[in-house]
Design a protein around this ligand. Structure first.
Ligand code: HEM
Length: 401
């Protein structure tokens, strides 16, 4: 007989909890596999159950989620759809993000990475902020370029990302802080995602061309362009920042990467497992379901906790260890099942280029202060990451595959 879900009286989305989210999520997972928060939301945190929930889209529907406001500024498409609509929109998005289009961006990404490390290495010995000086600087150039953004005001991407992530969580004080002063950001967004402001050959125009072919409507195309900008920015900034943090904290692993640059994909994917930038996926149950011996009723809003599952000791040996040779087949940092990340190829190309340039030119990353966490409820990672770089005296000439 299924057990009743235990109450969990810690506010896991308060400012204090967000600052310490890694330990908060791990503690919740060890308390019980399924818990009920004070506002009624149910959180599922162990690897086997999170994976099963992500796969079972018929039971764990995407059409609503905890704290869901259909009028929020978050684009309601794709991630908020179930099949058959999801299947149709997903196929369109996959076509727009074609490997050939993305591969065509490699040279421009490489130029950006070289310029960033020229600058960072000119400040060798100083404390740099690996987020603003390296990963955000790279993504906030590479992504809008790939997108084909022609209007000024890329600095608004930060505030836009902060707002969109806030809409995934409860409407607490962090939510209201993120929503302060949104009007100019929304006006900018409106302009930069309009067809007439997009350069030919970019992802944005590739999406609008699907509307020309009547695969999707013009309104759906607009929502998908907004989706790319909201889903593709902070996730990539944070995961690459966590890779650099791991390089500093686990120097022996970094030296393995320097010795064998083909490990760059594994180094990035392991940083995604080690500290995932999304704490949970939101779903709503369509029927009563047994999860790990607990009865979850129909119509229940639930969170499937990516980050906690990616460090579940039942699934991973020594989960706090960053290990670039780990078998990562079962990691859920990209999601799992029909909603697994559709932009993964782009993120992996960005990471491949930036982290390869790091491994080629930086002998060591050193911790130069405490990281400052991003104050948002569902997103997670460093807002500031003080590091020092030590330049490689003889540049690593090993070829990256
Ligand atoms: C390291 C970077 C990234 C990470 C860690 C990441 C993570 C994820 C995760 C965990 C999901 C599944 C969410 C769920 O099941 O509720 C997802 C879905 C998605 N991602 Fe990413 N993502 C990244 C980069 C990108 C990029 C660059 C783009 C766009 C170009 C993108 C677009 C999307 C979209 C549109 C979905 C929804 C897919 C669907 O519902 O079928 N992501 N991502």
């Amino acid at each position: 007989m299924s057990k009743t879900i235990p109450d969990y009286d810690i506010d896991v989305f308060s400012r204090e909890s967000v600052i310490d989210a890694r330990h908060v999520d791990d503690a919740l997972r060890e308390f019980a596999p399924v818990v009920r928060l004070a506002d009624g939301t149910v959180l599922i945190s162990r690897h086997a159950s999170v994976t099963a929930g992500l796969l079972d889209w018929k039971t764990f529907s995407n059409t609503s989620r905890p704290w869901h406001d259909p009028d929020s500024l978050r684009p309601e498409i794709l991630l908020t759809d179930d099949p058959p609509r999801h299947t149709h929109i997903r196929a369109a998005m996959t076509k727009a993000l074609s490997p050939a289009l993305i591969e065509g961006m490699r040279t421009s990404f490489e130029r950006d990475a070289v310029a960033i490390f020229d600058d960072v290495l000119s400040r060798e010995g100083e404390t740099i902020d690996a987020v603003s000086d390296i990963t955000r600087r790279f993504v906030f150039k590479a992504l809008p370029d790939a997108f084909g953004m022609r209007v000024e005001g890329r600095e608004n991407m930060s505030a836009f990302g902060h707002m969109v992530w806030a809409t995934l969580g409860p409407q607490n004080e962090l939510f209201h802080e993120a929503m302060t002063g949104i009007e100019p950001v929304l006006a900018w967004l409106e302009r930069c995602c309009n067809r007439e402001n997009l350069a030919p050959g970019g992802i944005g125009m590739a999406i609008y061309e699907l509307a020309d072919e009547k695969v999707i409507t013009e309104a759906e195309a607009k929502l998908l362009t907004l989706t790319v900008l909201s889903a593709g920015a902070d996730t990539t900034v944070l995961t690459m920042a966590n890779a650099l943090r791991a390089f500093a904290l686990f120097p022996a692993e970094y030296q393995k990467l320097r010795a064998d640059p083909k490990l760059v994909r594994a180094a990035f994917d392991e940083s995604l497992r080690w500290d995932s930038p999304s704490r949970m996926a939101g779903r709503i149950t369509t029927r009563e379901v047994d999860v790990d011996g607990y009865r979850v009723p129909a119509g229940q809003r639930v969170g499937l906790m990516f980050a906690a599952a990616n460090r579940d000791p039942r699934a991973w040996a020594d989960p706090d260890q960053y290990d670039i040779k780990r078998d990562l087949k079962k990691q859920v940092g990209w999601g799992y099942g029909i909603h697994a990340c559709v932009g993964r190829v782009l993120a992996q190309l960005e990471a491949h280029v930036l982290l390869s340039e790091a491994a080629r030119r930086v002998e060591r990353f050193e911790v130069a202060g405490d990281m400052v966490p991003w104050l948002t409820t569902i997103g997670h990672g460093p807002a500031k990451l003080p590091l020092r770089v030590v330049a490689a005296r003889a540049q690593n000439t090993a070829q990256v595959a």
